[in-house]
Design a binder for this molecule. Structure first.
Ligand code: GAL
Length: 438
């Protein structure tokens, strides 16, 4: 599904999101309405007052810089409120999600927490842990400023359940141009086998670990992009609605390619976080890392320059496809300071907030009314890809599968990482789908 360019960055592209709309359940009903009946929220001048505890996993490094940018604006726009940073370290929320689940279970919710648009959000909605925020979305401008199809992914039965802060792309290879040049690698590989041939050249040039990986979730993300490459956008999206079999020949091919890629990678422990893997590209101990575009903020943070210090291209075989995820912020049921929480949501959803946050974070704004001109080259290219590309949903970051399914996929990948048994991986993935597909 190709979608052509318009002046609004996200508006048209997100129309393609329906391709891989939430398939794990009934939650994203696709009937989002910025209900006029609920009325628009009007924040109190200077803020409602009191503490506003914000739960994320943006605890360190370049990710924290994004959150810091929001915190700074929050202090300026809502001086009555006191921001409390409840971040729990660990990329992709590996540690944070467990802490959050227990806080929610014990009726000790934060004022607001980070959740992914799509299947992950539906978990919180179906457990009755978050409240609709139609009034906040309405006050922010509703579907005039947020793409309707993105709102649909935040919606159940006409209620919108979070405010999106950003859109990330997951299918990006980050590479070290000096290492590639030394290995005689020119041009961008067109598919998996061409990429594997380049990886071999890099290895032959003396780089022991041409590809860097981190802990399990980064491997899940790598696998998802290999699936996307080997199955194509339609085949990949079919994995979530049952139209593509998880034990098909294409999935077996992807599992084999995944095995080959890992044979050229460093050894990682389950808890190894993503910045270490990205930094291996910066210092040249690896030529390549597959990572979401939060990586570009890490390159900037470490002083690596676009073009000389690092370069990037879509995972080979996925050119023209945007593997999508979006962070969004919720209003937990029973939270102490709901009005303070809404002040935070207003800031997150504002044009000012989205610009400051996304400039620091490497992502692109969820709002459609923020132009590309103030963003660096990479983000400009991501904005244009988001307009033109076919959009599919990330597995590792809550867009395509709910948390239970992701847990099963992660266990399968972790087992594979130690055993390297391709048939075992395919069968575990097929079982995971059987156990979790709605
Ligand atoms: C994702 C999240 C991104 C980024 C990444 C690495 O799940 O959506 O914003 O934080 O994890 O931690």
């Amino acid at each position: 599904m190709g979608v052509r360019k318009t002046s609004a960055v996200a508006a048209v592209a997100v129309a393609a999101l329906g391709l891989a709309a939430c398939s794990t359940g009934d939650a994203t009903s696709g009937d989002a309405q910025t209900s006029a009946a609920s009325g628009a929220y009007t924040p109190k001048e200077g803020g409602a007052g009191g503490k506003v505890g914000v739960f994320t996993w943006w605890a360190a490094g370049s990710e924290k810089k994004g959150l810091d940018a929001l915190e700074k604006l929050f202090a300026k726009d809502y001086p009555n409120d006191e921001f409390v940073n409840l971040a729990v370290a660990g990329g992709a929320g590996t540690n944070a999600k467990a802490k959050l689940a227990s806080d929610l279970q014990n009726n000790q919710p934060p004022s607001s927490f980070q959740g992914h648009a799509g299947a992950e959000l539906t978990d919180y909605i179906s457990k009755g842990q978050i409240e609709p925020v139609n009034d906040v979305i309405e006050a922010l401008g509703g579907s005039d400023v947020f793409p309707q199809d993105l709102l649909d992914r935040l919606t159940v039965k006409g209620n919108i359940y979070s405010v999106p802060s950003n859109i990330h792309r997951a299918n990006v290879v980050w590479a070290n141009p000096t290492v590639l040049k030394k290995a005689g690698v020119n041009g961008t590989p067109a598919d998996m086998s061409a990429w594997i041939a380049d990886i071999k050249k890099v290895k032959a040039s003396g780089v022991k670990t041409p590809l860097s990986v981190g802990g399990t979730w980064t491997q899940v993300q790598l696998l998802e992009t290999v699936l996307l490459s080997d199955l194509g956008a339609e085949g990949y999206s079919g994995l979530f609605d049952g139209s593509t079999a998880w034990d098909s020949d294409e999935v077996k091919q992807a599992a084999n390619d995944f095995k080959t890629l890992l044979s050229y990678a460093n050894t990682a422990s389950d808890g190894d976080d993503w910045p270490a893997a990205t930094d291996m590209v910066i210092d040249g101990s690896a030529a390549y890392n597959v990572m979401g575009d939060w990586a570009v903020a890490e390159f900037a943070d470490k002083g690596a320059e676009d073009g000389t210090g690092f370069t990037y291209f879509p995972v080979p075989g996925t050119d023209g496809v945007f593997d999508f995820l979006a962070d969004s912020f919720t209003l937990p049921k029973g939270t102490d300071n709901p009005d303070g929480a809404k002040d935070w949501l207003m800031l997150v959803g504002s044009a000012e907030g989205q610009k400051a946050f996304n400039l620091a974070k490497g992502s692109i704004p969820a709002r459609t009314d923020i132009g590309p001109e103030d963003f660096p080259k990479y983000q400009q290219s991501a904005m244009s890809a988001f307009q033109d590309n076919t959009i599919v949903s990330s597995i590792a970051h809550g867009a395509a599968v709910n948390q239970a399914w992701l847990t099963d996929i992660s266990s399968a990948v972790s087992k594979f990482y130690s055993q390297r048994d391709v048939d075992g991986l395919v069968s575990d993935l097929a079982t995971a789908a059987q156990n979790n597909q709605g």
